[in-house]
Design a protein. Structure first.
Length: 117
């Protein structure tokens, strides 16, 4: 029974280190100082703790599933912010052409849009 328990613990540790190295930046710093390694270990542990807390709060089946959900959300947010930059540039171009008609109201329109977005 004791060996079975050790086998389970060993398997979980292997999953932890694999997940940490592949996705959480464990020991991927460029510096070769001991303090950097210690900081990396602590930062990775904090990331794992945050994922475990998120997993419990959202009833996810595992830490990996929670990490994938967070990464997916971050990707969508990044895409939306890039898309907004393109859309804003189009609006500025269109409003510049309307400047003879609208006058200084063009700046007011852009300020109002920026305030609300």
């Amino acid at each position: 029974m004791y060996q079975c328990f050790l086998g389970v613990v060993k398997d979980r540790l292997e999953v932890y280190f694999k997940e940490s190295k592949q996705h959480l930046g464990f020991l991927q710093e460029q510096a070769r100082h001991y303090a950097c390694y210690v900081a990396s270990v602590h930062l990775t542990a904090i990331r794992i703790c945050l994922l475990v807390i998120a997993k419990q709060q959202h009833d996810a089946s595992g830490v990996a599933q929670m990490r994938q959900a967070i990464v997916g959300n971050a990707t969508q947010i990044d895409f939306a912010s890039r898309l907004w930059g393109c859309f804003r540039a189009l609006m500025v171009g269109a409003l510049d052409e309307l400047k003879p008609v609208l006058g200084d109201n063009v700046n007011l329109v852009m300020q109002t849009i920026d305030l609300h977005v």
